[in-house]
Design a protein around this ligand. Sequence first.
Ligand code: SF4
Ligand code: SF4
Length: 277
Amino acid sequence: MRIAVLSGKGGAGKTLVSVNLAALSPGSTYVDCDVEGPNGHLFFKPEDSVEEGVAVGVPVVDPDRCDGCRKCVEFCRFNALAHVGGKLRVFEEVCHSCGGCMMVCPRKAISEGEKAIGTIRKGTSGDVAVWSGFLNPGEPSGVPIIDALLGGLEGDGTVFVDSPPGSACVVMESIKDADYCVLVAEPTLFGTHNLAMVHELVETFGKPFGVVLNKDQGGRNPAEEYCAENGLTILGRIPFDAELARITSDAGIAVNEGGRFREMFSGLLENVMGAVQ
Ligand code: SF4
Ligand code: SF4
């Protein structure tokens, strides 16, 4: 069973929710797909991590074969190729590894090389497997890293996917095989706008989902009003709580402290599992 936790922006609490739900689920796997800013490992502090590189294909030009016809330049939608000064130049930083230039070159002057774009790390923290993806700075897309992470999952254990923020293609990649989505929302108008973005996304993908209201202060909550207006299921509330903020800023996992936080996240986990069935 794969549960994706997402929010329309960073800092809304999706890592807080996914880390604590995974920590409450022995035998589960926590997968940090927020590859531009992964931080779940800071909480889990996994041991025995094994690192693997992730690379993508990039064009390599044989200047002896290239006659400068520019067919590849015209083909590339990403402006990753230019023929200047009698030479074909490749701008790897904007290449999307589609492989099209290799196919259209009439002189077979382009072959496929490899460029490292990041790494994945797999370790364990107690009974939880902790997998994280790291995209190298400046790389255009984290999709291949997310593919490498999620493509490596085996078995039918519970997986908590900590999705990237927003609703771009990396988020779509992280939820495409999810059985259920948990949307984390802040109690502000901006937070409600971001909730609406991810709501639209999960509806587009036809995913079952529910909402967690984070930083709830008990007063008026525009995100809660949005849920009521649109008939969205509220799975639980996490209060705005100085002690919870302290534990989190110290890179602690709240459920491991026991007490009211363990009880609160256990209730949330029960609601999520009940909704998934
Ligand atoms: S299509 Fe082939 S031959 Fe033509 S410019 Fe590109 S690499 Fe050179
Ligand atoms: S692989 Fe695709 S994106 Fe990259 S240079 Fe070739 S045509 Fe452009």
